[in-house]
Design a protein around this ligand. Sequence first.
Ligand code: ADP
Length: 353
Amino acid sequence: MKLWLRTREIEKKGIATDVNPDHISLTQMRTALNALPIGVVIYDAGGNEWWLNRAAHAVVDQQRGHQDMAHTMTSLSNKALHGRTSTVHVDVDGPPGQTLEIRSVSLINGGALLMIEDVTERIITDRVRTDFVANISHELKTPVGALALLAETIAGEADEPDSDIERLAKRMVEESHRVARIIDDLLELAKIEFDGVADQAPVNIQTILSEAVGRVNAVAVANKIFISSVPIDTDIVCHGDARQLVSAITNLCENAVKYSNAGAQVDVAVTRESGYVTISVADRGIGIEPEHLDRVFERFYRVDQARSRQTGGTGLGLAIVRHVAANHGGEVNVVSTPGEGSTFSLRLPMARG
Ligand code: ADP
């Protein structure tokens, strides 16, 4: 966060050309940037390395001969010069081996800036956490399934219909199904986080949409909600993991249905623009208050606990969508008006050629 603020500050001050001498001198700016633990490389508008801070020198001098590193830096700075920000991880040989995160931004006065950070520790911690969640979820799956079956048996064996035993056993069945759904979502999230996009292939967006809408249709019909999906060009293709993309769009459609009232309409639309395709799912449901918009993509964050419980939500759907978007070099955004509805947009780079 701090880094982004600093970057914005650098952009605002336009350090390459228009530093206000009354406020900060270039020397002061250099000293400040040299004190950062993160590497900073500044490129001029022609794509030449213009200035490196101390931390960047340490990494770049050591990794100069590393093909991946050199190639990544050139490619990221070129993209940034064309206005595209990106983040890439590069594994470099040791000892000790490291994972470097390289982020690029374009500067408003022309030129680009790369930030290089050693994220080795963070990646290891994330892996351990993801493994732990995956293992524990896997271990819970079998006993929870058994509990659901036992409760179903008790409900079926109750002597009198509508007896307390039958009622309680049915509640136990519902609750165990809920836990089973949370476990499934946790496993799905762990897999998506851990694998990245392991199974890369050209993916036809129309096929993905039909499958996702098909999965949600039964629930939509049961809630008297109509999902309108405009036919799209059959040649829109992304490069990625079809299973993950279906999962992401299904989650968005499920939410649109869950958070709409009976009789409402949900619109699924696709637009494309400069190498990107945007799939948007718009509902006319309850909407989201502005203060929650940034947080709904966090795992287990719910605006309304009670409604999420009542509709069978797990609190993990949007976290899954966000990870799928990141795995594909895309992003997910939301625009919402309380009481009027929400539009979630998944933006993905299209496959070239
Ligand atoms: P859940 O399983 O609870 O729906 P999600 O991660 O899918 O979890 O969504 C997180 C929260 O964001 C939800 O609990 C809900 O409060 C809010 N939300 C998501 N989608 C919508 C929507 N289309 N309309 C209104 N609120 C939504």
